[in-house]
Design a protein. Structure first.
Length: 429
């Protein structure tokens, strides 16, 4: 009896030792920066530390307005992650070595496993949008992260845990990107679908007369540092009160330092004149409305596979019979792109690793397959640390709507996408 009791005591002691050391067929140890911090070190733990137990998290990244965000960076830290710089900057993809991270799927969902249990922070980021929140990871379990912890913010917070881009919008009807920004969750809409300027909104408006709530257009070019406070500037169709030709050196410096330019239809000058070797518009490239051939409605094919997957989630269910990602509706085209040059400005393009070098190579996101068959409808190109985004069609054509229309979904995708880092996040081996 004494012998059996002694054996039982030994077995019990062995079990306690195994549990205390984290030995379990369903648990894994390892020591690749298991503190989960954001300092980019290769191993901040020691081999003598108890690795503890590991859990997993899952959730969904949404835009401020509630639709899914694809390709968002989601990672876990011990403390706060780094804040986004509050001005133009060169954004190459961070080294995620030792961190637990992933990119969200087309429907915004994500899953990360092998996270050391304990108090952690979760960071969700898409371009210049970032949210950080506290979570508690438990061993041998999957935490469903509440969606409010990973929804991208529609405004900055004083503590720096919520950040969104600094946007400047040049107002100029009948094209209204400010209405679309409100649809993204950065402001409120009136019953007719216009931005409600009587309510708070999270960007700056400029026009030629500087009326209340809106700054004078000229002021944005009063100083390079003032211009460079904005991560992205919107020049909509028929932008009045200012021309690109008067501000070329400042625009070039702005883009080179990391700024993003969006322009559409008649505002083609803002995409062409600072870097005239990239886009060849129909007719006179130097015209105020370079490429203007008159209005046309058309259909395009979506070229990018990630955009196609996302549009499958948010837009395709609302397409009409006969419409598809290869026959996608667009209205309000005005300026025709004849060709693109993929050998321009050697040394100012972005290489695959995110570094600067090689030529500037434009990307065609949408190609016309009907009214102007074979011509680019939507393009972007990098120059040094920044990017230029041009759309041959408007956000809207005269009419407004409280609904996000098909072509607006394409633009919204790119408004998030043009802010992402250059290069790639390298998956762990």
């Amino acid at each position: 009896m004494k012998f059996l009791a002694l054996c039982a005591m030994l077995v019990a002691a062995m079990i306690v030792m195994m549990v205390g050391c984290g030995v379990d067929d369903n648990r894994s140890g390892g020591d690749s920066d298991s503190d989960g911090d954001s300092d980019g070190d290769s191993d901040s733990d020691t081999d003598t530390e108890d690795p503890g137990y590991f859990g997993a998290i899952q959730g969904r990244v949404l835009a401020p307005a509630g639709f899914p965000i694809s390709g968002a960076l989601v990672y876990v830290t011990n403390g706060d992650g780094p804040e986004i710089e509050d001005h133009t900057f060169c954004y190459t993809c961070d080294d995620m070595t030792g961190l637990k991270w992933t990119l969200s799927n087309a429907d915004g969902t994500f899953f990360i496993d092998q996270i050391p249990e304990g108090n952690r922070n979760i960071v969700s980021r898409k371009g210049f949008y970032q949210r950080q929140r506290a979570i508690v990871v438990a061993g041998d379990s999957v935490l469903d992260v509440p969606v409010e912890k990973t929804t991208l913010p529609g405004e900055d917070s004083a503590d720096g845990l919520d950040q969104m881009p600094n946007y400047a919008v040049m107002t100029s009807g009948p094209d209204y990107p400010e209405d679309m920004l409100a649809k993204m969750g950065l402001g409120s809409l009136t019953a007719s679908g216009n931005l409600d300027t009587a309510m708070p909104f999270s960007f700056h408006l400029y026009n030629s007369d500087g009326n209340p709530n809106i700054g004078a257009t000229a002021h944005i070019f009063s100083d390079q540092s003032y211009l460079n406070q904005y991560h992205m500037i919107f020049f909509p169709c028929i932008n009045s009160g200012m021309t690109a030709s008067n501000n070329i050196p400042m625009l070039q410096a702005y883009v080179s330092s990391g700024g993003k330019i969006y322009s559409s239809c008649w505002a083609s000058q803002w995409a062409e004149q600072p870097f005239p070797q990239v886009i060849e518009f129909s007719g006179d490239d130097n015209a105020y409305n370079a490429g203007n051939i008159g209005s046309w409605d058309s259909y395009g094919t979506i070229n990018n596979p990630e955009m196609r997957a996302w549009l499958d989630e948010v837009s395709v269910p609302n397409l009409l019979a006969g419409e598809s990602l290869d026959y996608y509706p667009f209205t309000g085209g005005w300026c025709l792109i004849d060709s693109l040059n993929d050998t321009a400005y050697d040394g100012h393009g972005v290489l695959d690793d995110g570094n600067i070098g090689g030529p500037v190579v434009p990307i065609t996101w949408v190609t016309d397959v009907a009214g102007q068959n074979g011509h680019p409808l939507t393009i972007t190109y990098n120059y040094d640390c920044g990017k230029v985004f041009y759309s041959a069609y408007q956000v809207v054509e005269y009419s407004t709507s409280t609904q996000i229309r098909s072509q607006e979904w394409v633009l919204i995708y790119l408004f998030f996408e043009v802010g992402v880092c250059e290069g790639d996040y390298v998956p762990p081996e």
